[in-house]
Design a protein around this ligand. Structure first.
Ligand code: KG4
Ligand code: ZN
Length: 355
């Protein structure tokens, strides 16, 4: 009997190695998240957000975020395990965001993950948050395999990348100044809209028309982006109107900005895919939750005969399913982290190798 149990355990371990059961934990900003995946199948995803609390201050207050994570992390992990019908002891590994993000916020999730992994004798995987955003596509389309072109548009990064393999990518172009999400957030402030800026601009833009001429961004060759000029153009337009005492439509400003900001993303991604001879574009990052951008990408890709992989909106903004998805990539690459792994506020986009 004991021999049979040992055999059963060996079979179970072999199955797990092929389709590992991973817990993902994310706490880099104002969302405390946990998720469980088996291979590329999503079993659960739990999110508790302090965004409503942060909105009172017009943006994320790091100390408040850390405290909210401390209050929520255990319950969120329990919820994810419960939803998945999985006990901690059945897991193959724990994947956790170690950067980039708010240091105090990151440390809450990271410390919890380390203690949890240590207590259960599980391997720990440190995940770069931005690679997580990029890996969300692997759950959206479980058949997706590199190579493909990735469009990344988040609060801190905007880039078009050539994803050569699960672990290697080439940056084809990136932002020279503000990131796309940052521009949405700044324009929201100019228009007096509440935090978080991106969804507020999108909501207001639905009531307006993209009829205000704003400067074309980087019409030149290459795939770089620049959002700072666009944001300044919005600021100047509003100031000039106000100084002259002329009425203007904030909804038209939101709509015109959104159109300019999104069309450059769609254009760059499609031309990069054509240049690379790639018939697939995968997208990730908070800005990809924008409905106007999703529709535009859909149209442009259809016209060019390119397959588009868009994670559901809730997996574009912060979540732990994407952290588990990138954890799976690192698990399969044998890239495990020591328990001395520290949190990291900044991680350059192109950084390679082990933590
Ligand atoms: O990808 P993310 O979590 O940022 C980083 O990890 O750096 O996304 C946050 C960013 C914010 O700038 C937010 O305003 C933007 O994504 N965002 C949106 C929308 N939802 C979130 N931007 C435009 N439209 C949206 N619906
Ligand atoms: Zn994020």
């Amino acid at each position: 009997m004991a021999q049979y149990e040992r055999y059963e355990q060996r079979v179970l371990r072999r199955e797990q190695a092929a389709q590992p059961l991973l817990l993902g934990i994310e706490s880099s900003c104002d969302e405390t998240c946990a998720a469980v995946i088996r291979g590329r199948e999503l079993l659960s995803s739990a999110v508790r957000s302090s965004a409503a609390e942060q909105a009172k201050y017009g943006g994320v207050v790091p100390e408040l975020a850390s405290r909210a994570h401390t209050d929520a992390v255990e319950a969120v992990v329990k919820e994810a395990l419960l939803q998945a019908g999985v006990r901690g002891g059945q897991l193959s590994a724990v994947a956790v965001t170690y950067g980039a993000g708010l240091l105090g916020a990151l440390l809450v999730g990271l410390s919890f993950a380390k203690a949890y992994a240590f207590a259960l004798g599980l391997p720990l995987i440190g995940v770069d948050h931005i690679r997580g955003h990029m890996a969300a596509a692997y759950l959206a389309d479980t058949a997706l395999e590199p190579p493909f072109v990735t469009l990344l548009a988040s609060g801190g990064h905007t880039a078009v990348l050539y994803t050569k393999s699960y672990t290697e990518f080439e940056i084809l172009g990136s932002t020279r100044d503000d990131a796309a999400g940052e521009a949405f957030d700044k324009v929201a402030r100019i228009l007096g809209l509440p935090y978080p800026g991106g969804p507020s601009v999108e909501k207001l833009a639905r009531e307006g028309q993209p009829n205000i001429p704003l400067p074309k961004m980087f019409a030149g060759a290459g795939y770089d982006f620049s959002y700072s000029g666009l944001k300044t153009a919005v600021l100047n337009y509003c100031h000039n109107k106000e100084q002259r005492g002329e009425a203007y439509s904030r909804a038209d400003v939101a709509s015109s900005f959104q159109h300019a900001a999104c069309s450059v993303l769609a254009d760059r991604a499609v031309s990069a895919a054509k240049a690379k001879g790639c018939n697939t574009i995968a997208a990730g990052g908070g800005v990809i939750a924008n409905g106007y951008l999703r529709a535009l990408l859909g149209e442009r890709c259809r016209a060019a005969g390119i397959r588009l992989v868009l994670p559901e909106k809730k997996f574009c903004t912060d979540n732990a399913a994407m952290i588990a998805a990138e954890g799976l990539v690192q698990y399969r690459a044998g890239n495990f982290a020591p328990l001395t792994l520290n949190a990291c506020a900044h991680i350059p986009l192109g950084r390679k190798g082990k933590q």
